[in-house]
Design a protein around this ligand. Structure first.
Ligand code: FAD
Length: 385
């Protein structure tokens, strides 16, 4: 860290918020030689960015602008992982099908995107790539080569360290920003940093800073329930990150598939509580071998403080239909919240006054999109569809 910046100062860019979006802007600006200060209120980032699956997941983005940003972001993730020395592994992903209607949607998805790298695998090929898949009833899988798996808390910590080590830059924690006064960010203890540009990447906290701008924004909060197993024994690795039939209802990339309404109708009849709770099941792996499993979706301004055991049971029941892991003991449970556009728009990127901007609202894809969005914001080329 540049010690002279600890108590305040002048830089090219001040970033408020040390989650993945704040870090992406700060790190890319630092790579361009800019002087950057990042101000995080907690001892370490505590928001969505350390609670997620660590999935860089372009396959979940609809083709066009969002997929392009996701694929570029993936490249930048790989570059930053090399620079900052954390794992961002190109595992690819499998969406597995155990029903004819699921396989039909996967085939329609691949047929609509020739040349995009997607492929439908026969059951034997899917089983070869993924050691834990249940063989019985498997009808095929969508293979995508684009996805990368990082251990989210480890990646965020590594990016903080990398930024802090860059000349003229500092990542400063335990520093809540309480006001933007002209071109200065002001902290609770009265320190001030002047920035040519100030970017507020405060995640789903709409109240602490610039509340009037957030009140007018089409943003909502979403809460997810998550679980993790104990580290899998014997160095067992998941391989490609996994999704299954319920996920086809979740990501808009599958929305145009003609078979989707029939698939939805079956799930509405068979798994109404899963749909009510917004459950679809994804699996990734942490550096220590834990499997990260989720999730559910609940929307609102505020949420219960506790975890719903029935939701957890539904997630695990569905997981059991497609994955057998060596050790299924769950020893971590948590919730996470993120900010999302309530109108389906692509994130919330706004200049609230000259030199001061807000970047948030990328929903369940903020990890995936972060670096791609940041590059465009820094270039002044970010646009919505
Ligand atoms: C359970 C879960 C699973 C997910 N899985 C994935 C996934 O696998 N792949 C994917 O692409 N996306 C995923 N997402 C979405 C993704 O994690 C989020 O979109 C992304 O992390 C949002 O990043 P952020 O930096 O905007 O917000 P946050 O991570 O919430 O960071 C905001 C930071 O700003 C700080 N802050 C706020 N206000 C102030 C202030 N006034 N002063 C100083 N600091 C402040 C907070 O302390 C916080 O650290 C998931 C989200 C959740 C919750």
């Amino acid at each position: 860290m540049s010690t002279s910046l600890r108590s305040g100062g002048e830089v090219d860019l001040v970033v408020v918020g040390g989650g993945v979006l704040g870090l992406a802007h700060a790190c890319l600006a630092a790579r361009r030689g800019q002087r950057v200060v990042l101000l995080e209120r907690a001892e370490f980032a505590r928001g969505a960015s350390v609670r997620n699956f660590g999935m860089v997941w372009p396959v979940g983005q609809p083709r066009g602008l969002r997929r392009d940003v996701a694929l570029r972001s993936r490249e930048l993730w790989r570059q930053m992982a090399e620079a900052a020395a954390f794992r961002c592994e190109p595992t690819g992903s499998l969406h597995v099908a155990y029903h004819a209607d699921e396989l039909a949607v996967l085939e329609q998805f691949v047929a609509a995107e020739p040349g995009a790298g997607f492929e439908v695998l026969a059951p034997a090929e899917a089983l070869e790539r993924s050691a834990g898949l249940r063989a019985e009833g498997l009808r095929g899988a969508l293979w995508s080569p684009h996805e990368c798996n990082a251990d989210a808390p480890a990646a965020i910590a590594a990016l903080h360290r990398w930024l802090d080590a860059q000349p003229g830059c500092a990542a400063i924690v335990r520093t809540p920003v309480v006001a933007i006064d002209g071109d200065r960010a002001v902290t609770a203890d009265g320190r001030r940093w002047r920035g040519e540009r100030i970017l507020v990447c405060s995640g789903d906290d709409f109240a602490s800073l610039l509340p009037e701008q957030f009140a007018a924004a089409p943003l909502r909060r979403c809460r997810l329930q998550m679980l993790a197993t104990v580290p899998q024994p014997g160095g067992w690795r998941l391989g490609p990150m996994l999704a299954a039939g319920l996920t086809l209802l979740h990501y808009t990339g599958f929305a145009a598939c003609p078979g989707l309404p029939a698939l939805r109708a079956r799930f509405e009849a068979e798994l109404p509580l899963h749909l009510r709770d917004g459950i679809h099941v994804l699996v990734s792996q942490r550096d220590d071998g834990r499997l990260v499993i989720g999730d559910s979706h609940e929307y609102g301004p505020e949420f219960a403080h506790d975890v719903d055991a029935a939701v957890e049971t539904r997630i695990l029941d569905y997981l059991g239909t497609f994955l057998q892991m060596p050790d299924a003991t769950i020893d971590r449970r948590w919730t996470g919240t993120y900010a999302q556009r309530a109108d389906g728009g692509f994130g919330w990127v706004r200049e609230v006054r000259p030199g001061v901007g807000i970047v948030t609202g990328f929903g369940g894809a903020g990890m995936t999109l972060s670096f791609g969005v940041a590059e465009r914001v820094l270039d002044g080329t970010f646009e919505e569809e």
